[in-house]
Design a protein around this ligand. Structure first.
Ligand code: NCD
Ligand code: ZN
Ligand code: ZN
Length: 430
């Protein structure tokens, strides 16, 4: 079985070419005559990119299968152009041992729509008290490469230091949810004008920035690999720029979410908890600086922080609502809107921030690869000119908590291939 993608522009550059895929790899690129048995996809000049890699996804299985499952989350990922996702450890039970990470990994394989890589917890039960068995998870069948207590900060500096030191021997990454808990007690929104006006307790930028600065120094001294989750402030970008300039590159990496690139705390005046997220939506100035930092490479990549929540956890008063928003199916469009339409990134830049860098950070050998013959056919075809209107109820996720409801966004994923197999086509799972 082979597949011919006819007339695609690789990275949106140059003249359209044909890409023949056979046996899971890219067999030939150029002017290709379709083999007899080949399925043909007419790309009509659309943009062909390496399949996207999401370093930060919440799939909610095990424990909250009413909000999302590995199957529904995988479908959302494939429809969003992803070929690999990293499933965060804040499930119930927590993914802090080999049994749970192997379960998630196996369920991902059975579903087969996207490579699901479990993230292991840094501390037992995400409690921030004692280190989880990182080595056992790393050596399990799931081969865990990234550890995070996401949802919680590893706030104790001694514990964080130990985790970083331990991680070097395992050659894994520690991904930190940077939030100094003493500075965010009761916090509901970005500390600033909007929070004051609405009467919400503030989540100050310094709660993020102080942890990032601390962790960069801890990582540097431990010669460890630190990944900073969901960077949300200008100050954090400045700290990262400083830290990256001090030392050999590649030790510290960082991600920004699509929502922190596009949305601001001005949206909070509706009191709709769909806009509640951790870290909170910040100011327009923060968003502008985050876009610039992503274009510059100070922030390495885009990660969705896809956070599905059941209706009863979102459709309630602000303070009681869980933080988090859907992201997998809207990420490419938000990046197109904020980074491509603004001229900050070209499509090669999109390939870098959504596929190549995240694959490198996590050490994935078969994703984020160049589009050349012989490479695994993990590919995403994007119609850069098409637009669509987001409807939460039409997304593949079980939950519907998208902040983009009713928004018209550019950039449509028309085809996703995982090792040469079509996983999504024209908005449908295959
Ligand atoms: N981002 C969020 O607001 N929520 C995440 C946890 C997290 O990423 O910190 C969740 O698990 O729902
Ligand atoms: Zn987080
Ligand atoms: Zn998260």
């Amino acid at each position: 079985m082979s597949l011919l993608i006819r007339g695609a522009r690789l990275y949106g550059e140059g003249e359209p070419v044909d890409v023949l895929v056979a046996d899971g790899v890219i067999a030939e690129i150029g002017s290709v005559r379709a083999p007899e048995d080949a399925e043909v996809v007419e790309a009509r000049g659309q943009v062909l990119l390496p399949g996207f890699v999401d370093l930060h996804t919440h799939l909610r299985e095990p424990g909250r299968e009413d909000a999302e499952t590995i199957e529904t989350g995988s479908a959302a990922a494939a429809l969003g152009g992803y070929t690999a996702v990293f499933a965060m450890a804040n499930t119930d039970p927590v993914a802090d041992n080999a049994v749970v990470v192997e379960h998630v990994w196996r369920r991902g394989r059975e579903t087969g729509l996207v490579d699901v890589h479990p993230v292991g917890a840094v501390t037992v039960g995400l409690k921030g008290e004692k280190l989880a068995e990182l080595g056992t998870m790393a050596k399990s069948a799931a081969g865990v490469r990234m550890f995070s207590d996401d949802g919680h900060c590893v706030a104790d500096p001694l514990l964080m230091r130990r985790a970083l030191e331990y991680s070097t021997a395992l050659d894994v990454v520690i991904a930190q949810h940077a939030e100094e808990p003493r500075l965010t007690v009761g916090a509901q929104a970005h500390e600033g004008e909007t929070a004051s006006r609405l009467g919400y307790a503030g989540w100050p930028a310094s709660a993020e920035e102080s942890i990032v600065a601390r962790d960069c120094l801890l990582a540097e001294h431990a010669r460890a690999r630190l990944h900073v989750c969901h960077v949300s402030t200008k100050g954090t970008a400045d700290v990262l720029r400083w830290a990256k300039n001090r030392q050999s590159t590649g030790v510290i990496s960082a991600e920004v979410t699509p929502h922190h690139l596009l949305l601001t705390d001005e949206r909070l005046s509706t009191y709709d908890p769909v806009n509640k997220v951790n870290p909170p939506l910040r100011t327009a100035s923060d968003a502008a600086h985050l876009r610039a930092a992503l274009a510059e490479g100070v922030i390495d990549c885009v990660a969705t922080d896809h956070a599905p929540h059941a209706v009863q956890d979102k459709d309630c008063e602000w303070a009681a609502a869980r933080p988090g928003m859907l992201g997998l199916q809207t990420a490419l469009s938000v990046v197109t809107e904020t980074m491509v339409r603004t001229g900050l990134l070209d499509w090669r830049g999109v390939a870098r921030v959504m596929s190549e860098r995240p694959a490198e950070i996590a050490g994935l050998a078969d994703h984020g690869r160049p589009i050349v013959a012989g490479e695994p056919a993990n590919l995403t075809l994007v119609d850069p000119d098409a637009e669509w209107t987001v409807r939460g109820a039409e997304l593949a996720s079980l939950a519907t908590n998208t902040p983009y409801e009713g928004m018209r966004l550019p950039g449509v994923v028309t085809l996703t291939l995982l090792r040469g197999q079509i996983t999504a086509r024209e908005g449908k799972i295959v």
